[in-house]
Design a protein around this ligand. Structure first.
Ligand SMILES: [Zn+2]
Length: 333
C-alpha cells in the first residue's frame, strides 16, 4: 500500500532465511483484513509504502538451522504475531520478542518469512482439501479473534451475548459464541446478506438499529437488563459505547475491534459496573483447537470469504471491502 486507496502489486525480492529460527513458506492462500481498511481509508498514518498482509497458510519451503518442529513440505498455518511460546502469562502466547520480528506485513505475497517458526507455525493434519482452505485461512486471524471475543465475553450456556459489528470478526464471534454454548446471540447488523450469515452461524436475534436505539432494543430483548456480555468488533467510539451501554451491570464487554480514537468516559464506566476485556487476540494458542474443528468439518468459518481473487487483483479486493461489496477477500497467489 503506497497510501490511502493506493494498492499496487509489484515484484519484490524473495524472502530468505535471516535468523536461524525462521521458516520460509509458500502461500497457498492469503487475504485482506478488515484492519487493512484503517490505513486504506487514511485513518492510520503509516510510513509508506507498506507490504500488506498478515493472514496466511501454506507449505514450508525452507527452515533455519535452529528450527526443529517445522519441516519442509509440511502444510502450516500461523497467526499475525510471531510466538516463542515462553510467556508465563499466556502459554502458548502471542508475544513480540525484543527484535523487530513479526508477521505483521508482507503476507499478501507468494512467499513469506515467518520468524520463530517453531513457536509460531502449527502443522495441519495433512494436505487440506481445497474446500477447507478458506476456513483454515480464517483461523489465522478472524476466527481466532472472534474466538477470543467469545472467551473474553465468557459466553456460555444460559448466557445472552450481543455482537456489535457484522464484519468477519463479528460474524465469527457469533460462530464462536455458539460453539461455546451461548443460549442467545444477538447480532447487530443492517445488511441482509450479513444477517443471513449471522443466523447461519448461530445468531438468534438481529438488531438493525445503532447507537441509543440499538441499546434500547437489546434491553427490550433481555427483560430490560442488557446482555450478559457484548462483543465489540468494530473499534470506534460509537461501537464501544454501544457495547458498554448494552451490557447489564456485572456483565462483560469483550472488545476485539482495533480501537481507533476511542475515549472511555470514566464516570459512565464507573456506574456501568461492566468488566472490560479485549485487545489483540492470542490466536496462536487457539490454533490447534480451531484447526481440529475445521478439519473435522464441525465449523465453516470460511463462508466469510465472499470474494476470491488472484493475488494480482489485490487492489480491487481492497476496493470491494472498502465499499462493503465484500465481507472478506481471499487472495490466491
Ligand atoms: Zn487481520
Amino acid at each position: 500500500m503506497y497510501g490511502p486507496g493506493d494498492v499496487r502489486i509489484e515484484e519484490r525480492e524473495e524472502p530468505r532465511i535471516v535468523e536461524p529460527t525462521d521458516a520460509i513458506i509458500r502461500l497457498a492462500a492469503t487475504c485482506i483484513c478488515g484492519s487493512d481498511l484503517w490505513p486504506y481509508r487514511g485513518l492510520d498514518a503509516w510510513d509508506w509504502p507498506v507490504a500488506m498482509g498478515h493472514e496466511y497458510m501454506g507449505i514450508v519451503e525452507e527452515v533455519g538451522t535452529d528450527v526443529s518442529n517445522v519441516k519442509p513440505g509440511q502444510f502450516v498455518i500461523g497467526s499475525f504475531f510471531a510466538s516463542d511460546n515462553t510467556c508465563e502469562i499466556a502459554a502458548p502466547a502471542t508475544r513480540l520478542p525484543a527484535s523487530s520480528v513479526n508477521v505483521w506485513a508482507g503476507a499478501q505475497a507468494e512467499y513469506l518469512r515467518v520468524p520463530l517458526a517453531d513457536g509460531t507455525l502449527v502443522e495441519m493434519p495433512g494436505i487440506p482439501d481445497d474446500d477447507l482452505v478458506p476456513s483454515l485461512l480464517a483461523a489465522s486471524d478472524v476466527l481466532g479473534t472472534g474466538w477470543f471475543g467469545a472467551v473474553a465475553a465468557q459466553a456460555a450456556p444460559g448466557k445472552t451475548v450481543a455482537v456489535v459489528g457484522d464484519g468477519a470478526v463479528g460474524l465469527l464471534g457469533i460462530l464462536s459464541a455458539k460453539q461455546v454454548g451461548a443460549e442467545r446471540i444477538i447480532a447487530m447488523s443492517r445488511h441482509a446478506s450479513r444477517q443471513q450469515l449471522a443466523r447461519g452461524y448461530g445468531a438468534t436475534d438481529i438488531v438493525e438499529e445503532r447507537g441509543d436505539e440499538g441499546v434500547e432494543l437489546i434491553k427490550k430483548l433481555t427483560d430490560g437488563l442488557g446482555a450478559h456480555s457484548v462483543m465489540e468488533a468494530v473499534g470506534t467510539q460509537e461501537s464501544m459505547m454501544q457495547a458498554i451501554r448494552a451490557t447489564r451491570p456485572g456483565g462483560r464487554v469483550a472488545y476485539v475491534g482495533v480501537a481507533h480514537g476511542v475515549e472511555l468516559p470514566g464516570h459512565e464506566l464507573f456506574f456501568s459496573h461492566t468488566h472490560l476485556h479485549g485487545g489483540p487476540a492470542p490466536v496462536r494458542g487457539y490454533l490447534p483447537k480451531l484447526i481440529d474443528l475445521i478439519w473435522n468439518r464441525q465449523i465453516d468459518p470460511g463462508k466469510v470469504f465472499d470474494l476470491e481473487l488472484p493475488l494480482d487483483e489485490a487492489a480491487e479486493g481492497n476496493k470491494a471491502m472498502d465499499e462493503r461489496r465484500a465481507i472478506k477477500v481471499l487472495l490466491r497467489p
